[in-house]
Write a protein that binds this ligand. Structure first.
Ligand SMILES: Cc1ncc(COP(=O)(O)O)c(C=O)c1O
Length: 383
């Protein structure tokens, strides 16, 4: 019997085999928006491209295989995927979420979904008691990120899933930072996983996308209904680019994680640096949990505090190999100031209470030579 193919093999082959018509080893992009029917209602599995199309289906098969999920649904962005999960809820339902959630997710909760009758409570996701205390009989969803953006807190998905399930709430994990290589939330008890595939999954800063994954057939059916009914779907070209990105996911994430650990260790010895947030460092409060939950590596994102906002801005201006830009997870290294950029949509008092300070810099480590990355930080952060 053939052995069960490993992650890297599935990333290259699932949904991606040679084209049966031509033998082309790279799948063609199916741009067709409509598909011929042999008779009314008799077709080969595709009718209209918003509902389903061959290029998106191939991508979804690969994503499901990598996450160990029965179902994957691709969307036009991470936030389109997040919105579609929230559409599973009804007016009056309550959502408990991690307080240092990605700023755009908070904006969606606070400025859009509240208008449709959902209520939200932010909690410290590392405080299991606080999460339990925030759940009410109306709570239908616990929304987690792990590691969190931008403070890299590691969240105990297994324990929190048990607590949420006691209250009959679903658990959704935004696993964008971990990627399916480093954490499998469904195996830890979560019901749903979301990724912004704009980040590590695509990996080249050239495609926006999102995905929702689940092994629950009923949830999948409802999500597929909304995927079609709402229509926030990716184009076939974007699906193709994402599928291409997935083929090197393991190579990239291993390289990015190893370099991130080196950068984090270098930063923690630097006089200009007050605190380094990286789950791979022994002093990180989530280090032991990350060792259990994260498959031996800790991801490509590092954040750190410097002494003042001015010092942070000077350092960000001086960087040459790192690009000052939002986003993360791609082959090129990026740096940003979350309080003024990716997390500007969190209210100032919430940023302050959570620890997303004006002096916090977030780095997304790419695949460049790590010596060049450290040399760049050295010249940008003079001692
Ligand atoms: C953790 C996380 N989730 C979701 C999103 C939203 O994804 P997108 O920008 O693809 O809509 C982002 C974007 O930065 C993110 O960092």
């Amino acid at each position: 019997m053939l052995r069960q193919p490993g992650f890297a093999t599935r990333a290259v082959h699932v949904g991606q085999g040679p084209d049966p018509q031509t033998g082309a080893v790279v799948q063609p992009i199916h741009l067709a928006t409509t598909f011929a029917q042999e008779a009314v209602g008799r077709h080969r599995g595709f009718e209209y491209a918003r509902t389903d199309n061959p290029t998106r289906r191939q991508l979804e098969e690969c994503l499901a295989s990598l996450e160990g999920a029965h179902h994957a649904m691709a969307f036009a962005s991470g936030l389109a995927a997040t919105s579609t999960v929230l559409l599973l809820l009804d007016p009056g339902d309550h959502v408990v979420f991690s307080e240092d959630v990605y700023g755009g997710s908070f904006r969606l909760f606070d400025k859009v979904m509240k208008r449709y009758g959902l209520t939200f409570t932010a909690v410290d996701p590392t405080d299991v008691g606080a999460v339990g205390g925030a759940l009410t009989p109306q709570t239908k969803l616990l929304w987690l990120e792990s590691p969190t953006n931008p403070l890299l807190r590691v969240v105990d998905i297994h324990s929190l899933s048990d607590i949420a399930h006691e209250q009959h709430a679903l658990v959704c994990v935004d696993s964008t930072f971990a990627t399916p290589l480093l954490t499998r939330p469904l195996a830890l008890g979560a019901d749903l996983v979301v990724h912004s595939s704009t980040k590590f999954l695509g990996g080249h800063s050239d495609v926006l996308g999102g995905v929702v994954l689940t092994s629950d057939d009923t949830l999948a059916e409802r999500l597929r209904f909304h995927q079609n009914a709402v229509g926030a779907v990716p184009s076939p070209f974007d699906c193709w680019l994402l599928a291409r990105g997935l083929k090197t996911l393991e190579l990239r994430v291993i390289r990015q994680s190893d370099s991130a650990l080196e950068v984090a260790r270098w930063l923690q010895d630097h006089k200009q640096v007050n605190h380094v947030h990286y789950p791979g460092l022994a002093h990180h409060p989530g280090h032991q949990l990350a060792r259990k939950q994260m498959n031996g590596r800790f991801g490509g994102i590092v954040s750190f505090d410097v002494h003042s906002r001015g010092a942070a801005e000077v350092a960000l201006r001086r960087l040459k190999v790192f690009t000052l830009a939002e986003s993360l997870g791609a082959v090129e290294s990026l740096a940003e100031l979350p309080a003024a950029m990716t997390h500007a949509s969190l209210p100032a008092e919430m940023r302050a209470s959570v620890g997303v300070s004006e002096t916090l810099i977030r780095l997304s480590i790419g695949v460049e030579d790590v010596g060049d990355l450290i040399a760049d930080l050295e010249q940008a952060l003079p001692r």
